[in-house]
Design a protein around this ligand. Structure first.
Ligand SMILES: [Zn+2]
Length: 109
């Protein structure tokens, strides 16, 4: 999976095409993400008790991950992703971390 929860992505389809938001939920099984504030639909919530008012809430409808692009916060454009392995050593323990970076500006995402 190239994208993670909390990443900022741009939506490539639908009524919110071109808008950006943070990933709220990642559904790996469905290869889908729910993006904060994007692709919202209204859901009517029934009152739980008598005498209470029902309300309408907005829920982010999941979209396929193929319909979002990870944003580079440095150049503020959809990123062309690259990967590099960073090696570090702490207390004799070697660590290898895979990092994503923007091929355009080399910024680590
Ligand atoms: Zn960039």
């Amino acid at each position: 999976m190239k994208i993670h929860k909390g990443d900022t992505v741009q939506l490539m389809v639908g009524k919110d095409k071109g808008k950006t938001g943070k990933i709220l939920r990642l559904m790996e099984k469905d290869m889908a993400v729910a993006v904060e504030g994007l692709n919202l639909y209204k859901k009517h919530v029934r009152p739980k008790r008598q005498g209470e008012k029902g309300e309408t809430i907005h829920i982010a409808r999941p979209v396929s991950i193929s319909n979002v692009m990870l944003m580079c916060m440095s150049c503020k454009r959809p990123a062309r992703l690259g990967y590099r392995i960073e090696e570090s050593e702490t207390g004799g323990q070697k660590d290898r971390t895979k990092r994503r970076y923007c091929k355009r500006c080399q910024h680590i995402i």
